[in-house]
Design a protein around this ligand. Sequence first.
Ligand code: GCB
Length: 683
Amino acid sequence: MIPKQALKHLTTAVVLAAMFGSPSTMAAEEKETAEESTPFDAPAIEMPAPAPAVLGFVDARRSQSLNGKWNFIVDPMGVGQPGGFFGGWATDRVPVDEWQVLEYNYAGSRKISVPGDFNTQFEDLLFYRDGVWYQRWFDVEPKPGKRYHLWFGGSNYTTSVYLNGTPMAKQVGGYVPYSIDVTDALKSGGNDLVISVNNRLEKHSVPTPRTDWWPYGGLIRDVMLIETPSAHLVNAKVELADLSGRVEGVVATQGLRAGDTVTVSIAELDFSTEVTVGSDGQGQWTAMLKPELWSPENPKLYDVEFATADEQLSDRIGFRLIEARGTEIFLNGKRIRFKGISTHEEPIGRDGAAYSKADFEALFGEAKALGANFVRAAHYPYARHAAQVADELGLMLWEEVPIYWNIAWENPETLEIAKDQITRLVTRDWNRASVVIWSVANETPYSEPRMAFLEALINEVRSLDDTRLVSAALLGDVSRELKDAALYLAAYGAASDEVSKHERDIFKAMLDKAGDHAPAVGSGFELVIDDPLGELLDVVSYNEYFGWYYARFIAPQLGVSEKTVRKLMFKFMEHVVLSAAFDKPMHISEFGAGAKSGKRGEGPWTEEYQAEVYRAQSRMIMNSPQIQGMTPWILKDFRAMLRTLPGIQDYRNRKGLIDENGQRKQAFYVLRDFYEGSWANVE
Ligand code: GCB
């Protein structure tokens, strides 16, 4: 029997279908709904998006942490939806006596820690990608004249928030901060907060379901209730405009009237200015401050204060200038190289998503120990602590959104999600001196719709922040490149006495066929990245896997063993020159090889082989003058459900220079030597 409460919300067509089957006269669209619905479904609830503007300076605001233990229900069938047959609002959830049947109840549920992904808090959820519910109570005494904002550092992937039975907002897209003004729904005393999070990804989401990392689900980051005066500062941007020492700023406020002021001061520079806001709540300022500049060698930060009539906020902000001129990169007017390493947002020694300052201090501390001055924070926005720690440690940072491989380029909703993610990332971190690159994509194959999508995104980024470099990790035209490379390898093979006679004959036949085009041993092989997206970028970045995947692709094409190709490739790499068809700096955003920590020997998966790939790559990069930076793949082994190989991968990508527990592999030291040696200084 269909409960009355559910009936109320179901469309006539759905109810008829559920009770009597689908009448054949039903319109096609209704029929589809009827087939997918059951009488137990809850009504769809329309919810607005969270506040469009990111609330800045959250660590300096009055707040109540909502971190801690929450009630938690795993709901693969989607029955927890309020208003549905099984669900219900928190107030219904305590049975009046033992005669009342409740099939959905938070009392007695598992407890989960927030922040923290759910996949790694419970063994049975490691591979889970679907809906869960969080619930907790919190006490508050709302004060008149104040506004209250529920703030989330980031949750994965679709999050719907209900407060005291009222649907508040729905955020689509993971990894970025958002807030919801809940002032009108708050009660004095106990408040019931219910949140549904679903980490299922779809074709049109950002990213799509297939990724080479595990998109940990849940309330992965801090949750707070933030109190602001009703007239308050929303966000502000402070930046060094040029090397003369001119600093510019923008303030964005809410509730202030045109003519009201925000005082911006930096005591250490003996500076204070009154910024008058206009009718749009925004104001701008500029001043000649000549601050001491931030750099990896001198990560100088200043306390900057923002005060309105009702509040006083502060942040630690550094000043620096990053520029690309021709094929070179300059920090504070001096040529530099990015001595980098790629990372995922995973802590050392614990599975799951990193979320605390200590997590990032440990992770980025290993990057420092490697001699790095740069980190590529792949492939999505990390918790806010990442850039704060990079600011303090003196690490330049590449930040990225999860536009990964192919996404639904032609879907307007997908573009909206991507824009929302990059806007929230940029406006959260635009005061972090460490951030020098915004990256809009990773390995996206060429197509016209991809070009239009990424152009829109790049324009969005530049309009928000034109003081940083824009890049994307490009894929190149791998099949073309490998075909060309195979012929060069054949030249090495034909001259080698380490290959079998049969293989030598294959190489010779290839060279004969190429005739005059046959390359000689030792002749340079130039690989030019000409993806038209390069035209729109400041830095042309390229992911390449010479010494790892490329050998695997080439061997079967030639009909020779992978061992032969791998050995020849190390020699051949010395003569490869990488470049880009644009007068711009080039960055090697990835190279790498898999190694199981402690596995010794000489073939793939051994530490020795990985170290050899790093040596060969270093030589290749030294040969390629357009390359100004590199971020090999990757600092630490990480969870990747694409990586199933038993005994070696066990659902981890093994290209780390350290394993998941922090144990360093041989290649760590090879890269450290390179960063301290040949790559240390710009000649
Ligand atoms: C790539 C991807 C990265 C993968 C890596 C790998 O090109 O950008 O996400 O994890 O290769 O290990 O294959």
